[in-house]
Design a protein around this ligand. Structure first.
Ligand code: HEM
Length: 542
């Protein structure tokens, strides 16, 4: 999985593979009078709290952003029931009679806002970045991820988070470090090309593109982290289980009903034990190696960087084994699925838009290279535009990773109390007509704008400055501000280089009888943009 599906069950009650835990809750209530009594008590106290909170906001001269009318106790949880939370929120905010670009929600006992345009994304991610720099404390972080504050992704904003994140940015994801490890990414892309050639029986059979690409990202991430291929650990299986189990549960929104989560909590704990049983021997084996080999002969990977900090003399820099495992889990959960999802959508869009595919192949061919590398991709403007367009329409983490306000905060006319959850809907922003002309169209050319040349009065091409590094809030697939994606360089490199080589080596065709318009463009899962129906296509060697 991918860490981001922790939201899968927010309010949306699980994805299609899992039973809806809120439905379970409502069904249970039909049969147990004791629960009815408990619910009535909770209902009355919720009404009281709701009334008081609204009054407090008005007295301070601000109001909470508009949103759907909340139900007693559950708030807007039932309205959000559905498979793709980002789409549900997009429709609620931007549809006909929508609630607008800053929508307010009540999720059980918690308040939440959803930003669906660049202005409000900037307010949350930049203007009030410090106030929204903390992640909400959800139960899965404690049960699965070694604790709320043990690593980076799901940590609150605190000095320890800053110290651990610095290790990512200064020691793992620097340009130098990524250059040193580029050979791993190249070898895995080469393997992917060979495997596709073999699996497709030299271009006669269709292959599951998403599966092939996610095997590649799992192998790449695993080699960068442990210097071993993912197959040796069944990492893909573990990551999939992580995706299924990292969900928000009832206690995250209605703590008084925590007792209903017992089953889910025990599943999460079991998964944590499996992860621990997976990581412990890897750490033990490497410690043994460190004792027996000179430093120059040790593997040059992320695990080595992290373990070298275990015995740091300076206490402020030392990492505990708990923290190391938390950080390894961060990388595995954030790194594997995101890049694979983007690559599968990229091939899908190129098959649906053959002119774009041809134009991209022409650019790639003009490089006159065998394998395309990181160095080459920086000189390929059309490739960069294709990648941007894929992220605009199919941001792998469409709601980013949520934030929570640590102080009361005023945004325009609105007053958001301390503790308000904030979702930035990158999916909605990428489809916002205010920012994008004909937003539903896949058109990489949109990043090359035409303008009047002041001298000759002729039309000239000029690259717009919109990019995806968190400075342009109409395109924020990696977030922005201090909690922006720490692995953006690696993620972008995996997507861009693999895409370039997939179209460098293959023409892509659909199985006989299927037209590009018939490709299912739906996403599955509550909040991820994984394809609901895997893309089956035939890679024909060029
Ligand atoms: C296409 C690939 C990827 C996408 C679209 C993506 C997207 C994101 C997003 C949206 C966030 C939250 C940003 C925010 O709150 O503003 C995030 C956080 C994070 N990502 Fe990525 N990511 C990708 C790849 C990676 C990779 C490859 C790694 C590491 C191997 C990684 C590591 C992280 C970490 C550590 C954080 C947490 C940062 C923090 O909370 O301080 N990501 N990512």
């Amino acid at each position: 999985m991918e860490v981001f599906s922790y939201l899968t069950s927010i309010l949306c009650f699980g994805d299609s593979r899992r039973p809806c835990r809120f439905i379970f809750f409502t069904n249970t209530m039909q049969w147990h009078p004791v629960l009815w009594t408990a619910a009535s008590l909770i209902f009355c106290s919720s009404l009281f709290l709701w009334f008081n909170r609204n009054r407090a906001g008005k007295e301070k001269g601000g109001r909470f952003p508009p949103g759907p009318r909340p139900w007693p106790l559950l708030g807007n949880l039932p309205v959000l029931n559905g498979n793709c939370l980002h789409r549900v929120l997009f429709n609620l905010a931007c549809g006909k009679n929508g609630y607008g670009p800053l929508m307010g929600l009540r999720l059980g006992s918690r308040l939440a806002v959803v930003a669906s345009d660049a202005y409000y994304a900037r307010e949350i991610l930049s203007t009030h970045d410090r106030i929204f720099a903390t992640r909400p404390h959800f139960a899965f972080a404690d049960t699965i991820f070694y604790g709320y504050n043990s690593a980076v992704i799901f940590s609150s904003y605190n000095p320890k988070w800053a110290r651990l994140r610095k290790i990512y940015t200064l020691e793992l994801f620097t340009a130098k470090r990524l250059r040193e490890l580029e050979f791993v990414r190249q070898e895995e892309v080469k393997d992917l090309i060979d495997r596709l050639q073999e699996e497709s029986a030299a271009g006669t059979k269709e292959v599951d593109v998403g599966k092939a690409v996610s095997d590649m990202t799992a192998n790449t991430t695993s080699r960068l982290v442990f210097s071993r291929k993912a197959e040796q650990f069944d990492l893909a299986g573990l990551v999939q289980e992580l995706e299924d189990e990292t969900t928000v549960i009832l206690r995250d929104f209605i703590p008084r009903l925590a007792f209903l989560d017992i089953k889910k909590m025990s599943r999460m704990k079991r998964l944590h034990d499996r992860i621990d049983a997976f990581l412990n021997p890897i750490l033990a084996a490497r410690r043994q190696l460190i004792r027996s080999l000179p430093p120059s002969e040790l593997p040059h990977d992320f695990l080595q960087v992290l373990l070298s900090k275990e015995s740091c003399e300076n206490e402020d820099e030392r990492l505990t084994s708990h923290e190391i495992k938390g950080m390894l889990l961060d990388i595995l959960s954030a790194g594997v699925q995101t890049s694979a999802v983007a690559s599968e959508w990229a091939i899908t869009e190129l098959i649906r838009n053959p002119l774009c595919l041809r134009k991209l192949q022409e650019e790639i061919d003009s490089m006159k290279k065998d394998m395309i590398t990181d160095n080459d991709t920086s000189q390929m403007p059309y490739l960069q535009d294709v990648v941007k367009e894929v992220f605009r329409l199919h941001a792998p983490a469409p709601l980013l990773v949520p934030r929570v306000s640590t102080e009361e905060c005023r945004i325009g006319d609105y007053l958001l109390p301390k503790g308000t959850l904030a979702f930035v809907n990158a999916f909605a922003i990428g489809r916002n007509e205010v920012h994008w002309e004909r937003p539903e169209e896949f058109r990489p050319e949109r990043y090359t704008q035409h303008r009047l040349d002041p001298d000759g009065g002729q039309m000239k091409q000029n690259k717009t400055t919109v990019d995806i590094h968190g400075q342009h809030y109409e395109l924020v697939p990696f977030g922005s501000g201090r909690r922006m994606c720490a692995g953006i360089r690696l993620g972008l490199s995996m997507v861009t280089v693999s895409l370039a080589n997939l179209v460098r080596f293959f023409d892509w065709e659909l199985p006989k009888g299927i037209s590009p318009d018939a490709i299912d463009m739906a996403e599955k899962g509550a909040i991820s943009t994984s394809k609901a129906t895997p893309l089956l296509a035939i890679p024909k060697r060029r």
